[in-house]
Ligand binder design. Structure first.
Ligand SMILES: [Zn+2]
Length: 168
C-alpha cells in the first residue's frame, strides 16, 4: 500500500514503538496492538514529530474544545516531554545512564570513545582494591591495558572535539 503524504516512514514507526516498548506515551499503559503512531503537529512526518499513543489518548489529544471552561488542552511541548520520559523509561536499561537517543542512535564512534574513557578509568581504579600482581611502575596488567583504552577514547574525543554522538 502506498504511503500517504504525511505518514511516517515504516522504519521510524518501528523505532518509536521499540523506544516505548508499545507503551502509550501519554497514559503509559502497555497498549500492545492497540497503539498508533500519532503526529504531534500536522504536516510533519519526521520521527521527532511522532508519538505512540493508545486509542483513548490519541482521541484525547485531538479532541478538546478550547472554548470549554474547564480542563486543559495538551500542548505539543508537554506531549513531547512526556513522550521522551516514556522512551527513557523503556530504554534506560540498555546503556545506563545515557539518554535513549544516544543508545538508539547510529553510533559515530563518540559513544564508543566515551565507553573506553569511562570503563577504562573504572577498571584502572578498581584494580587498586584488587590483589592482582604488579607488572611495572606499581601498576597491574589490567591497569596498563585500561590506561591504553582510556587514552584511545580520550584521544578520539579530543581529536573530534565532539562530546556527543551525531544526531541519528
Ligand atoms: Zn494512553
Amino acid at each position: 500500500m502506498a504511503r500517504r503524504k504525511n505518514d511516517f516512514r515504516e522504519e521510524d514507526k518501528i523505532k518509536v514503538l521499540l523506544w516505548c516498548a508499545r507503551h502509550c506515551c501519554l497514559c503509559g499503559k502497555n497498549a500492545g496492538v492497540g497503539i498508533e503512531v500519532a503526529h504531534l503537529e500536522r504536516n510533519r512526518s519526521d520521527i521527532e514529530n511522532a508519538i505512540p499513543l493508545c486509542f483513548d489518548c490519541h482521541g484525547a489529544i485531538g479532541h478538546y474544545n478550547v472554548q470549554h471552561p474547564r480542563g486543559r488542552k495538551y500542548s505539543s511541548c508537554e506531549l513531547r516531554s512526556r513522550r521522551d520520559q516514556v522512551y527513557e523509561q523503556h530504554t534506560r536499561h540498555l546503556v545506563s545512564p545515557t539518554n535513549y537517543r544516544v543508545t538508539q542512535a547510529a553510533p559515530d564512534g563518540t559513544l564508543l570513545a566515551w565507553y573506553l574513557v569511562l570503563s577504562g578509568s573504572a577498571r584502572f581504579l578498581v584494580e587498586f582494591v584488587r590483589i592482582n600482581p604488579v607488572v611495572v611502575m606499581g601498576l597491574t596488567q589490567a591497569q596498563l591495558v585500561s590506561l591504553v583504552l582510556a587514552a584511545i577514547g580520550g584521544w578520539t574525543l579530543l581529536a573530534r572535539r565532539s562530546w556527543r554522538p551525531a544526531a541519528a
